[in-house]
Design a protein around this ligand. Structure first.
Ligand code: PHE
Length: 465
């Protein structure tokens, strides 16, 4: 027991493993890590691109079934072993396959945080411009593409964002930042409701509301499923080791099912609000131009400034919006980087300082390639994708399905569904146990294998999704 307490991937090596200060503390911490750029930036552009209401429907179904089962599993495994992914897998066996399962989960955050910080840099740049009062300039056509094509500027803001993240990790003020962000979260919700309301009532916006909310089967493609599943992992912080670590910090009295539901509800509500801010605006300001719906990662940066430029107090709204998004992005980036740092600390036995520096090097290397990939390095493509899109694809469509599969196999073949159920039942009755077992045994592995195969086939051009 003593060994259990001290081992694992925790930021406080050698000391008693930290614990959350109660049930609400846990839900807030997980929700704080879940809500980030995934909800505000990534979800709307994927929904716009992959079928609007159809994407939303597939997303909701996957989240309530597959996502639910995986969150419960990862949290329960973390709490059972009191370890983060590498340690949690290692607790069940020492062979190479267990090591692989743990590591694939642990490496994903290290590969996400670099390009996540590039987007964080874009947010910083927009905040800076709103503070300068450039509201009208930001709304001009071509502003965003001009900005990212200027590699120097994108790189500069990326580095500023990265420095803030590293400074917070080294300075030990992580908790302070988290506290601020918790206070800001309700403000973000209120502002998002207001902006969504404004955006939805613009002339022509109703078409966008319909496009986003009403499933139209003709918009369905297999890619809708692939994208929705990747987004579900990303947004809920599943299949990247994070929930093992959080689970290892909770007490036996936390109702895992209930907290999972609360986190899913909150995370989805924010994503849908962001969708309602952005997608109707595409129809109101660009007439639902199909090319605009396909804009991908740039969608938020092109659309939102048009909304702000068209309203009174647009500059104030812009400052508030980008400030809040920045905070959400910072807390997420900090939690992603923290996970990498603690893996280095525990697995390599390095000091916190050295581990943070190594994380910094990884961020700067991979992140710079992503930031410059739209500018001076725009001749570099990997499998036909820009560097940023490649990292996004690599983590979301390839590695996360593998990580999720590893968790499924660990649960069904090694730990046993009964042991997981017992772990959940320590704090409450396991209300959806039957459903949970069915998903873990059949639905999840089949979905994952199908998705993996189709992502790979798509990249190599064997099939077109
Ligand atoms: N879920 C976060 C988002 O939606 C990303 C994230 C993943 C943050 C893992 C922290 C840990 O942006």
């Amino acid at each position: 027991m003593e060994e259990n307490k001290n081992a694992g991937v925790s930021p406080n090596n050698g000391k008693v493993r930290s614990r959350f200060s109660g049930k609400l503390g846990y839900v807030l911490a997980v929700a704080g890590s879940a809500v980030g750029l995934g909800n505000i930036w990534r979800f709307p552009y994927l929904a716009a691109k992959y079928g609007g209401g159809m994407f939303l429907l597939v997303y909701l179904v996957l989240m309530l079934t597959f996502g639910y089962a995986l969150i419960v599993s990862e949290t329960a495994l973390g709490r059972m072993t009191r370890k983060s992914p590498v340690g949690a897998f290692g607790a069940f066996g020492k062979s190479a396959s267990f090591r692989f399962g743990g590591w694939v989960n642990a490496v994903i955050p290290m590969l996400i945080v670099p390009y996540y910080s590039v987007i964080g840099g874009w947010v910083l740049k927009y905040l800076f411009e709103y503070l300068k009062g450039s509201t009208a300039v930001l709304a001009e056509d071509g502003y965003f593409s001009g900005f990212i094509a200027n590699g120097f500027s994108a790189e500069f803001w990326f580095l500023v964002f990265t420095l803030i993240v590293l400074a917070v990790l080294l300075g030990g003020v992580k908790q302070g930042v988290e506290r601020v962000s918790k206070v800001m979260m309700p403000v973000l919700v209120v502002l998002a409701v207001f902006v969504a309301g404004y955006s939805m009532t613009r002339p022509g916006a109703l078409e966008g509301v319909k496009y986003f909310l009403i499933p139209n089967f003709s918009n369905f493609s297999w890619m809708t499923v692939v994208a929705a599943m990747g987004q579900m992992f990303y947004s809920l912080s599943i299949a990247m080791g994070i929930l093992y670590t959080y689970g290892s910090y909770i007490e036996k009295d936390v109702d895992i099912e209930k907290s999972t539901k609360q986190v899913e509800l909150f995370d989805t509500a924010i994503a849908m609000l962001a969708g309602l801010m952005i997608i109707p605006a595409v129809f109101a300001f660009s007439g639902g131009d199909p090319a605009m719906l396909q804009a991908g990662p740039s969608l938020m940066f092109i659309t939102i400034p048009k909304v702000f430029a068209s309203m009174g107090f647009g500059t104030g709204a812009g400052i508030t919006f980008f400030l809040l998004v920045l905070l959400a992005a910072l807390t997420s980036a900090i939690s992603l980087a923290e996970s990498g740092v603690s893996t280095f600390e525990d697995q390599l036995g390095w000091s916190r300082r050295r581990s943070t520096l190594l994380m910094g090097v990884v961020i700067v290397l991979f992140g710079s390639a992503s930031a410059l990939g739209f500018g001076v390095l725009d001749f570099v493509t990997v499998l036909g994708m820009s560097v940023l899109d490649f990292f996004d694809f690599l983590t979301n469509s390839l590695m996360m399905p593998i990580a999720a599969l590893a968790t499924c196999l660990l649960v069904t073949r090694v730990a046993g569904l009964d042991r997981i159920a017992k772990e959940v039942e320590q704090s409450s009755s396991f209300r959806r146990k039957g459903m949970y077992c069915f998903f873990m045994k059949y639905l999840a592995p089949i979905c994952i294998v199908l998705i993996l195969l189709s992502s790979v086939a798509n990249v190599f051009g064997w099939i077109t999704l």
